[in-house]
Design a protein around this ligand. Structure first.
Ligand code: SAM
Ligand code: SF4
Length: 361
């Protein structure tokens, strides 16, 4: 590709984001480092224009590592006897969220394996308590559940939900042994949208067998759905899983996907994922300079977080949460960016506040 053709393509990407499959394949296929830099720069321009310099901080609470699913990429998969399982109590989760609120963090992200111990009612009560005792936005990321559960949690005040589609290629999805199908996953995403959540989807980069055509299809799906949030990160092989001896995704391809995700969604909330920071010391900073505008420092208590082993060598696994927060803040400011003090709701949608008052017990 000549510099002129690339420059014209990137100008169009910046101005409209209207990239088709051929454009995406061209950009995903860039190999020259200077060309890749131009792509990342184009995404950074879109980020700056569409959502400004603020970076939103979400406090991540990994409250249970029990999981009924068997996703072959994930260390928490059911049956992995090498995982020491833990489950925080509802009171512990609420107290931790309150302590994040006290530190000025405006969003609590409650994430777990698919743990049926947390029934619809139990988790709704946790959400309700957090909403009653803080001004925080609550994001849930607890996998595929019934429409009734999603509705209950939204009525209890949950604002956002993260459910990555993982890969839109149904054969690849099936090969991942998730005990689900892409059809069902998309159904869940549809429920969440209908119910009024701010919805996050996303995908892993570098899954075994994944091609650039697959990634282009993921990006076209993202462009079509226009999610409020978009999580993209490299696949990292996890020991004691069926994919444990496979190669992982690269930082370069992951950054290209983050950049293209920014270009096609324009103003979505895009995290610089922990997985990026895990495969490269400065992976999160690089993602922030390629279109990302969210970070999710981990506030799971020490003694627990070491066991939330979706993949090995997770970034900041042994760090004191306060040090982690300070370190991340310094890194963001070092990039010339600002720390958001607001809730960081989706620019694509105003928050629908809860009006439901019925009790759950
Ligand atoms: N159980 C919920 C779910 O699956 O949606 C939430 C927790 S799950 C650990 C969150 C995300 O971790 C998944 O959506 C998946 O993309 C990512 N993940 C799992 N295993 C991974 C791996 N080995 N490498 C990179 N990301 C991984
Ligand atoms: Fe469970 Fe989520 Fe891991 Fe799948 S990705 S095994 S659902 S924690």
């Amino acid at each position: 590709m000549t510099p002129r053709v690339l420059s014209a393509l990137l100008d169009r990407a910046v101005e409209s984001g209207n990239l088709d499959q051929g454009d995406l394949l061209t950009l995903l296929g860039l190999t020259n480092i200077d060309d890749i830099r131009l792509l990342l720069k184009a995404a950074d321009i879109v980020r700056e224009r569409e959502v400004g310099d603020e970076v939103h901080i979400r406090g991540l609470i990994e409250f249970s590592n029990y999981c009924r699913k068997t996703c072959s990429y994930c260390g928490l998969r059911s049956g992995n006897i090498h995982v020491k399982r833990y489950r925080m109590t509802p009171d512990e989760i609420v107290d931790l969220a309150i302590s994040l609120d006290d530190r000025g963090i405006r969003t609590a992200v409650l994430q777990s394996g698919e743990d049926p111990w947390f029934s619809g009612c139990t988790l709704a009560e946790v959400v309700r308590e957090i909403k009653a005792k803080t001004d925080m936005a609550v994001t849930l990321s607890v996998g595929e559940r019934s429409r009734e559960d999603y509705a209950l949690w939204h009525e209890a005040g949950a604002d956002r939900y993260l459910l990555r589609h993982e890969t839109i290629n149904s054969q690849l999805f099936d090969a991942m042994q998730t005990k689900s199908t892409i059809h069902h996953r998309l159904q869940c995403i549809e429920y969440l949208k209908e119910l009024g959540y701010q919805v996050g989807i996303g995908f892993m980069v570098g899954l075994p067998g994944q091609t650039n055509e697959d990634l282009a299809a993921d990006l076209l799906f993202v462009k079509d759905l226009q999610p409020d949030m978009l999580g993209i990160g490299p696949f990292i092989p996890s020991p004691d899983t069926p994919l444990g001896d496979q190669p992982g995704g690269t930082l370069e391809m992951s950054l290209k996907c983050v950049a293209l995700g920014r270009i096609v969604t324009r103003n979505a909330l895009i995290p610089a994922t922990t997985a990026m920071g895990t495969i490269d010391e400065y992976g999160r900073e690089k993602a922030l300079e390629a279109g990302a505008n969210v970070v999710m420092p981990n506030y799971t208590p020490l003694g627990r977080r070491e066991n939330y082993t979706i993949y090995p060598n997770k970034r900041c696994i042994g760090e004191d949460p306060d040090l982690c927060h300070g370190c991340l803040t310094a890194r963001i400011l070092g990039l010339g960016r600002k720390i958001s003090t607001g809730r960081g709701d989706s620019p694509k949608k105003q928050t629908v506040s809860s009006t439901c008052e019925h009790g759950l017990n």
